[in-house]
Design a binder for this molecule. Structure first.
Ligand SMILES: C[S@@+](CC[C@H](N)C(=O)[O-])C[C@H]1O[C@@H](n2cnc3c(N)ncnc32)[C@H](O)[C@@H]1O
Length: 279
């Protein structure tokens, strides 16, 4: 079959980026034209469409919104890892878990933009390690993402060996089941599946942060790490304010290493890089 390699005109680029911005708040400047071309060319080929213009028409006429979801899936960047930005987990262990231990009250945590699940599973491991049998406590982690594809991987909780490198060996043995399979060359491949006791702590749900939020909170911890980096200042400010309203007093918002709230107006107390507290 012939490979389709269409040229993305400036007009089509603006139409596509405008659609993405209105759908999911992701702001793609002109520097992202190559990225959009590369990622959508695969969709053009899958659908056997000759041009980006025909792709746009296809998206607009698809009443099932299936193609809109595909568009979001290919455009979103899902890079993540277990115990990413370890200093956040250290902070929670040192400064928040003692209070969770002292009072057996309800602990609600939200991983907003959870990608393939490494972030909420890391949190579940930390809580299990520090609080013993957390199933006996009223602890729940909500993990949401806009991408249906990445969310189904998160729910599955099955990771190739290289993806669990950030998990200490003892925890890997305790919280994951090791599976093997053979590839086409008969080489053994190792996979690690999250055990049910960890999964049971987490509710996965699709949520577009730009739409209505059904949950009421209040949360002790909100992770929104490496998500807002794709949004403009106005969208970031709105989101950060909504997170504030959903946090308990003393609750914390964690954001990614390349993000900060210095250029937007907010009511949090700065604690340390990426960590903000509602007073
Ligand atoms: C780079 S990943 C970050 C994953 C994880 N929080 C971490 O720091 O490792 C960004 C995630 O944000 C999600 N995302 C982007 N726009 C979103 C939106 N409008 N609503 C919800 N999730 C969104 C993407 O699908 C992606 O999985």
């Amino acid at each position: 079959m012939e490979y389709i390699s269409a040229k993305l005109s400036n007009y089509e680029f603006e139409k596509i980026t405008g659609l993405i911005y209105s759908l999911c708040g992701i702001s793609l400047g002109s520097g992202k034209k190559e990225l959009v071309t590369a990622r959508l060319t695969k969709r053009l080929n899958d659908l056997k469409l000759p041009s980006f213009d025909s792709y746009l028409k296809h998206v607009q006429h698809d009443e099932s919104v299936y193609e809109l979801l595909q568009l979001i899936d290919v455009i979103t960047t899902n890079v993540t890892s277990f115990f990413r930005e370890m200093h956040h987990f250290d902070y929670i262990r040192e400064h928040m878990i003692p209070a969770f231990k002292a009072k057996s009250d309800r602990v609600r945590i939200w991983s907003a933009g959870c990608s393939s699940g490494e972030e909420p599973y890391s949190m579940a491991i930390l809580l299990n390690e520090e609080l013993g049998n957390v199933m006996l406590k009223d602890i729940k982690i909500l993990a949401t993402d806009i991408s249906t594809h990445i969310l189904s991987r998160a729910k599955e909780g099955l990771y190739e060996k290289q993806l669990v490198e950030g998990v200490p060996k003892a925890m890997l043995a305790k919280y994951f089941e090791c599976l093997t399979s053979r590839d086409e060359f008969k080489n053994v491949k190792y996979f690690y599946r999250v055990k049910p006791e960890l999964k049971n702590l987490i509710s996965f749900a699709r949520l577009n942060l730009m739409e209505e939020w059904p949950m009421k909170g209040p949360f002790k911890i909100i992770f929104c790490r490496n998500v807002m980096i794709y949004f403009d200042k106005q969208t970031q400010e709105k989101l950060v304010g909504k997170y504030y309203n959903l946090l308990e007093p003393g609750g914390h918002l964690f954001i990614g290493h390349s993000e900060n709230l210095s250029s937007i107006s907010h009511s949090y107390k700065y604690v340390q890089p990426g960590v903000y507290m509602k007073c």
